[in-house]
Design a binder for this molecule. Structure first.
Ligand code: PLP
Length: 360
């Protein structure tokens, strides 16, 4: 068997020990004589799995008791509608920071349900930085304040959070969940599609403070009502059982690795290896201002589209796959989520050095 280094932005690499454990348990889950895929979601066996996944997430992310953890479907994109339907019922207004495609899409969807105040944007420089925020532009009556914590496509992340006072801060953590410490207490709601750092595509994690439940609009579909999902322990209907099982295995793996703090250290080291090389290279250059660089997604270019394409092709042949930049940005992007080992980043940098020497 040969496995490549997969730098995809998502779905992305899963830890090898997780895949091996899933393989070993595939036909007979815990002596039940069946696979998780075949199990009733209301069975005792499955109850243990979903409860353990939630308990591990609570432990690793230090989620306080006054927050609910929900395992939902529809991806992070469904949250763009679910959030306003459930929260935009006070003033009917929200504040948003525009730092890339995902925050743009979120804001456009919010706009279907109320008034959106775009407090700042980094569109003027192709989202290569996180804009400075001026609290005097924040609406104190807003029902929530939305940010995209890590911008998968453009490779930026917040290193300082806005102080929104009593307005609930809501963050899309799809591409940074479990990769760095996130102080859950600072947020009203956090959400993440699982397919980067948590599990295969198909499950979406929502962490919501209790006081934000029960505020939904009358039109809110049952399945999109946080209160109903919370009251039913994410089992109002059949959940994505397999994805939640893999999520549990990933969380067990992360705990064995030393938890989020230990993982963050590794992630800082991994990102530094790549950024240091980009800063010293005469061929490649990073596209993001240094202070806002993501630990997870590292976009870079040569400045020559043909050379970029040559690099992507040769990298693929050498076992570094999915390194092409997002279709709207071009160039390259190395996504180095938790499951990407340090050796993968070191090997990529060696390959880039060789490419640079050959293409002077
Ligand atoms: C930051 C961010 N938000 C939202 C999404 C959309 O997620 P989904 O495909 O789960 O709807 C993505 C997907 O890559 C993302 O990176």
């Amino acid at each position: 068997m040969s496995r490549v280094y997969n730098f995809s932005a998502g779905p992305s690499m899963l830890p090898l020990p997780v895949l091996e454990k899933a393989q070993a348990e595939l036909l007979d889950q815990g002596g039940s004589g069946q696979s998780v895929m075949e199990m009733s979601h209301r069975s005792k066996e499955y109850d243990v799995i979903i409860k353990e996944a939630e308990a591990l997430l609570r432990e690793l992310m230090e989620i306080p008791d006054n927050y609910k953890v929900l395992f939902l479907q529809g991806g992070a994109s469904t949250q763009f509608a679910m959030i306003p339907m459930n929260l935009m019922t006070g003033s009917g207004k929200c504040d948003c920071v525009i730092t890339g495609q995902w925050s743009k899409k979120a804001a456009s969807e919010f706009e279907k349900y109320g008034k959106v105040n775009r407090v700042a944007s980094s569109a003027d420089k192709t989202f290569t930085y996180i804009p400075e925020l001026d609290p005097s532009t924040f609406d104190p009556e807003a029902d929530f304040f939305h940010i995209t914590y890590n911008n998968t496509i453009y490779g930026t992340r917040y290193t300082e959070l806005p102080d929104t006072g009593s307005v609930p801060l809501v963050a899309d953590i799809s591409s940074c969940i479990l990769s760095q410490k996130i102080d859950v207490k600072k947020f009203g709601l956090l959400y993440a599609g699982a397919q980067k750092n948590v599990a295969p595509a198909g499950v979406t994690i929502v962490i919501i403070r209790d006081d934000l439940l029960g505020r939904q609009m009358d039109i809110t579909p049952t399945m999109l009502n946080y209160q109903i999902q919370a009251d039913n322990g994410s089992l109002y209907n059949t959940p994505p059982c397999w994805c939640i099982y893999i999520c549990k295995l990933v969380l067990e793996w992360l705990k064995e690795m030393g938890g989020i703090e230990a993982m963050e250290k590794i992630n800082v080291e991994k990102a530094k290896i790549l950024y240091d090389y980009l800063d010293s290279s005469e061929l490649f250059k990073g596209t993001v201002v240094p202070k806002d660089r993501s630990l997870m997604n590292v976009p870079f270019v040569t400045g020559n589209e043909e050379l970029d394409a040559k690099f992507v092709k040769e990298a693929k042949a050498a076992g570094f796959v999915n390194i092409k930049g997002h279709r709207t940005v071009g160039g390259m992007r190395a996504s180095i989520y938790n499951a990407m080992p340090k050796e993968g980043v070191v090997a990529l940098v060696e390959f880039m050095k060789k490419f640079e020497a050959e293409n002077k």
